[in-house]
Design a binder for this molecule. Structure first.
Ligand code: GLU
Length: 508
């Protein structure tokens, strides 16, 4: 592999539903990798055993498969840097923590949770509401810096639980370049001495992410803006471990905001405002609570990917609807914005509607069939495919095909006859009886049907316009749907006759 070979990674912690922001991170990684003929790695960051959630890892893979954004290397498709699950790499990290201890950039800390709590309580002031373990406080705590070498060794030999913390230097400014944000700097005085290795011997995210990005030869690290505050710790680790020359280029992707722009979009916003936030349905294994996903709400994966691309990036041209291949060609990190991107559900549905129009009817038929099944409607594929051609323009989400197309499969349960009752006349009853009776001898095509309808209306001296709406309501149930003679041609003469007769019984 050549030294310039692009390697990017998505590094999720499998703890629950996959937020659309996570999928967007995947997408930008994926697009970047494709653009530069690089490799897209998926690494499972599961070092926090307390947050283990059964099924969550599998679910991430399912979401990525659905989106068509599958990684090139992962636990399912191992490459040269296996294992790709951090819990299986446990033995790797300790050496690096020890290297940091030796070079004086880390120290042992023996403080119990109660002692940490005590420190926070003692030092809390209105100016400093959340005291940290840092250069100001480490001198008052029980660690190898305050206890000395001998006592430290004794405590360790005795089996006293300890963690290893980074020793963040005082009065330094840490600079790094972010591909989206330019030069970023952090003052070390406000950065705390993060734990690197936990009492159970597991690394924390901070140590593991740096070690693995290095060992897996990651060249570009893209992640959400919420990780920006962790960046100084990571930069220090790259430096202290002697790897600065190999540090990936960073890009902290803009947040996805609530529709009103007030803060980060959360699962709770989705629940409150009635739209999905997760890629696919997620069932919380503890509570059994199901949170709806974009897939189950009736989004096409290509539309989901398209709308995510437009959250925080723009192609610099008018066009908004793109296939994944087009996005691969157009994508560039330079066009990713710094500012957060407001999520607009109506716009999301518009993207889906646009992709529905571009999708072949036979494929749509296989995608919408489950939604018909859910309503106990048997939709024979060939017939369904033809129905789809007539109604797809009106459909934003896949279940809309059921609402827009149900009457192609069954008579409307309660046609809105009230809408035509006021203007009903025996002449109209007579017209419909005659026309219905003639249907068997008319070719089942739009033009022939309309011609016979017009001709009979003229013969009976009734305005065609006064008959069209009643016919629609008899067949469809309400004032919607495609061309009414297309509907007649599609459902056939027998169903048309039955529906007309059923309505006439109520109208006459
Ligand atoms: N494990 C982190 C997460 O859950 C990864 C952050 C990063 O990409 O560095 O998002």
């Amino acid at each position: 592999m050549n030294a310039n070979h692009v390697r990017v990674r998505f590094a999720p912690s499998p703890t629950g539903g996959l937020h659309l922001g996570g999928v967007r991170t995947v997408l930008f990684n994926y697009l970047f990798a494709r653009k530069y003929n690089g490799t897209f790695v998926l690494r499972i960051e599961d070092t926090d055993q307390g947050r283990f959630v059964p099924g969550a890892e599998e679910y991430i893979f399912d979401c990525l498969d659905w989106c068509g954004l599958s990684p090139d290397e992962s636990v399912r498709k191992e490459g040269p840097y296996a294992p790709y699950r951090q819990s299986e790499r446990k033995a790797i990290y300790r050496d690096y923590a020890e290297q940091l201890l030796e070079s004086g950039h880390a120290y042992y800390a023996f403080d119990t949770p109660a002692e940490l709590e005590q420190m926070r309580n003692d030092l809390r002031t209105p100016e400093n509401p959340a005291p940290q373990y840092d250069h100001r406080t480490r001198g008052m705590m029980r660690n190898s810096l305050t206890l000395g070498e001998e006592e430290t060794r004794r405590l360790i030999l005795e089996g006293t639980p300890y963690v290893i913390r980074i020793k963040v230097p005082e009065n330094e400014t840490i600079h790094f370049h972010d591909m989206i944000r330019g030069d970023i700097h952090h003052e070390t005085n406000v950065v705390d001495d993060k734990v690197l290795l936990k009492a159970d011997g597991m690394p924390t995210y901070h140590l593991a992410v740096v070690v693995d990005d290095y060992l897996m030869k990651i060249t570009h690290a893209f992640r959400g803006e919420e990780w920006l505050p962790s960046a100084p710790v990571h930069i220090l680790l790259w430096q202290y471990l002697g790897w600065k020359a190999h540090m990936p280029q960073w890009a902290h992707l803009p947040l996805i905001l609530k529709p009103d722009g007030n803060g980060k979009l959360s699962k709770r916003d989705g629940d409150r405002l009635g739209f999905p936030v997760f890629a696919m349905d997620w069932t919380d294994p503890k509570t059994g609570e199901v949170t709806t996903g974009f897939r189950e709400r009736g989004f096409l994966p290509e539309a989901f990917v398209n709308l995510l691309a437009m959250l925080g990036w723009n192609p610099g041209i008018e066009q908004e609807v793109f296939s994944l291949e087009e996005l691969c060609e157009l994508f560039s990190m330079e066009r990713v914005h710094k500012g957060g991107a407001k999520f607009d559900y109506e716009k999301a549905k518009w993207f889906n509607q646009q992709h529905i129009q571009r999708t072949d009817n036979a494929r749509l038929a296989t995608l919408v069939a489950p939604f018909f099944e859910k309503e106990n409607i048997t939709a024979e594929p060939e017939y369904l495919t033809r129905v789809i051609g007539l109604i797809k323009e009106r459909c934003h989400l896949l279940p809309d095909f059921v609402t827009q197309g149900r009457f192609f499969f069954e008579a409307p349960a309660q046609p809105d006859l009230e809408a035509v009752k006021g203007k009903w006349s025996p002449g109209k009853t007579e017209f419909f009886r005659t026309w219905a009776a003639s249907l068997d001898s008319i070719a089942p095509d739009h033009e022939a049907l309309e011609a016979s309808f017009t001709e009979l209306a003229t013969a009976k001296g009734i305005k065609k316009g006064d008959l069209m709406l009643p016919l629609r309501i008899m067949l469809v149930g309400g004032k919607f749907g495609p061309g009414v003679f297309d509907i007649v041609a599609m459902i056939g003469s027998a169903a048309t006759q039955q529906r007309i007769e059923a309505a006439l019984v109520q109208l006459a």
